[in-house]
Every structure is written in structure tokens, then in C-alpha cells.
Design a protein around this ligand. Structure first.
Ligand SMILES: C[S@@+](CC[C@H](N)C(=O)[O-])C[C@H]1O[C@@H](n2cnc3c(N)ncnc32)[C@H](O)[C@@H]1O
Length: 274
């Protein structure tokens, strides 16, 4: 039998180890056959995934609870929907791209979450009136087109969008991430759907006339014949607050009634009906 020299044996061993390491590395770096690569052109916006750290930040900003129904319009690979379901909320993704939809379902099954569903469809044509939280990654032009529908959602619904703002609607809160983990996408904007309060309200001793632009209120309060301009008027969900005269009014809008208190030593109650 031919004897193998020790240096040759070493060389064979080194080559075998190197090729095993290379094979492992290739396997680690290569996407699975079914795993889509980011930056796929989309119907109205391309697929660019929100970094997971920003997804988590956005759900924190929305103060998502297990009672919420989260809807992502253009849900990509489903990461936001899966993250919301992981926090115990019900969550739904609407996605136009069937490949991404399949990937979302695979990842949701892999994560073992219940309460996450994915629907193939056009976000402009789907019903999302049951949403209480919308964690999104859309561009301003998409948001602006969806704005009329957003404003009909129940007051207090939170819309939180990665990177882009509505053109006309000013955000209620901005959230920043620092560090490298978020890469390019490190800012999110939170919008709280305001109750619709514009118009004439009757108070116990006069009337309240309100004009509303998103969450900002102007108008007049007439009390015992004295007409006063509304200042620092704001509505956040169903919570209304404004100054009139020397008084600070706060209250809750419940359908066609506002019930609240006037700031001061005795915190007198006030109410209005329309
Ligand atoms: C910027 S990505 C955001 C993905 C995901 N929401 C996230 O944050 O990782 C936008 C997604 O919207 C999808 N999309 C584009 N136009 C759409 C439409 N009209 N209806 C439904 N999905 C759409 C794209 O395929 C893409 O997956």
C-alpha cells in the first residue's frame, strides 16, 4: 500500500476545512430560494422594509395594546403585522404583491403568532374601518390619497408612518432612533384621528362655535352674553381643550355631547350639545 506523506495529509485536511467553511458561509449569506430581496418595485410604492428597530418604535409610539386592531396598508413581508400580533393585538396586512404575501404567511407561521392575517389587495380599495392602529411605511402622496378615509376612522385611531409626513396634516408626535441599527429609516410620525367637532354647540349659558383643521381648533365661546375667541384649541382623539377668556376648558367628546371641566380652584363642570 502506498504511504501518504505527512505534508500532503495536512494539505488535504486544510483544503477540506476551508471548503467546509466556504460552504457554510455561502449558505449563511445566500437568501433562501423563496426569500424575496428588498427594493421590489410595487404598484404604488416599492417594497422597502422598515428596519425591525423602527417597527418596534412605531408600535411603542402607537401605544399598541392587545385590544387593538392593527392594519398595515402595503405590508411587504409582514414584519409589522407579525410584530403587532406578537404583542397580542389582532393584525392584518394588505399587500398587492403575491410573492410578498406568501413570504408574510411563511414568516407568521415560523414566528408561531396567532391573530395575524394577510390579504391580497389594493390598499386604496380595501375596507380598513375596523383599524385602531395603522403602522405604515407609505410615501406622502399615498398618505394624502388615503387621508379622507383616515379621517373617518374612529377618533383616537393612531396612524404611525415611517419616514414620510402627510402634506397638510401636522403630526402629533415624532419619534427618533439613534445609532446604526435603523440605517436610513430612523424617524416615524404619529397622527391621532381627531373627533369631528366643527359647528355650533349649545352650552349651559351660551354657545360654542368651532372651526376645525385636523387637530387644531379656532372659534368663539359666548358665555352669559360675552363673546370670547378660542385660543390654544386642540382635539386629540376625543379629548378637547381650549382657552376662552381667562379660563382653560378640557372635555371629552361623546357623540353629540361634550362633558368636561374648567381649570381652576373648584374645577367646575361644563357641557355642550349639538
Ligand atoms: C415601503 S413598503 C413597506 C412594507 C412594510 N409595511 C414595512 O414597513 O416593512 C410598501 C409596500 O406596499 C406595497 N404596495 C404598493 N402599492 C400597493 C397597493 N396599491 N396596495 C397594496 N400594497 C401596495 C408594496 O408591494 C410594498 O410591499
Amino acid at each position: 500500500m502506498k504511504r501518504i506523506a505527512i505534508p500532503s495529509l495536512l494539505l488535504v485536511l486544510v483544503l477540506a476545512l476551508a471548503s467546509a467553511a466556504l460552504a457554510q458561509n455561502v449558505h449563511r449569506n445566500a437568501p433562501a430560494a423563496h426569500e424575496p430581496e428588498p427594493y421590489i418595485p410595487g404598484r404604488d410604492v416599492p417594497w422597502v422594509p422598515t428596519p425591525q428597530v423602527l417597527v418596534d418604535k412605531m408600535l411603542d409610539m402607537a401605544r399598541l395594546t392587545p385590544q387593538d386592531m392593527a392594519v398595515d396598508l402595503g405590508s411587504g413581508d409582514g414584519r409589522t403585522v407579525i410584530a403587532a400580533a406578537r404583542r397580542g393585538a389582532r393584525a392584518r396586512g394588505i399587500e398587492f404583491n403575491p410573492e410578498l404575501l406568501e413570504e408574510s404567511k411563511r414568516l407568521a407561521a415560523q414566528a408561531g403568532v396567532t391573530g395575524a392575517t394577510f390579504i391580497e389587495g389594493n390598499m386604496y380599495e380595501t375596507d380598513f374601518s375596523d383599524a385602531t392602529v395603522l403602522p405604515l411605511f407609505l410615501m406622502s402622496e399615498n398618505l394624502d390619497l388615503l387621508l379622507p378615509k383616515f379621517l373617518t376612522l374612529r377618533p383616537g385611531t393612531r396612524i404611525v408612518n415611517n419616514g414620510f409626513e402627510f402634506t397638510a396634516w401636522d403630526y402629533d408626535e415624532i419619534g427618533y432612533l439613534s445609532g446604526d441599527a435603523c440605517g436610513k429609516w430612523c424617524v416615524a410620525y404619529l397622527y391621532i384621528v381627531p373627533a369631528r367637532v366643527s359647528g355650533l354647540w349649545r352650552t349651559d349659558d351660551g354657545e360654542l362655535e368651532l372651526a376645525q383643521e385636523f387637530q387644531w381648533l379656532t372659534g368663539t365661546l359666548t358665555s352669559r352674553g360675552k363673546r370670547m375667541p378660542i385660543e390654544r384649541g386642540r382635539i386629540q382623539g376625543d379629548v378637547i381643550r381650549f382657552n376662552a377668556g381667562d379660563m382653560r376648558y378640557t372635555g371629552r367628546v361623546i357623540g353629540d355631547t361634550i362633558v368636561g371641566q374648567i381649570a381652576g380652584e373648584y374645577m367646575p363642570r361644563w357641557s355642550a350639545r349639538r
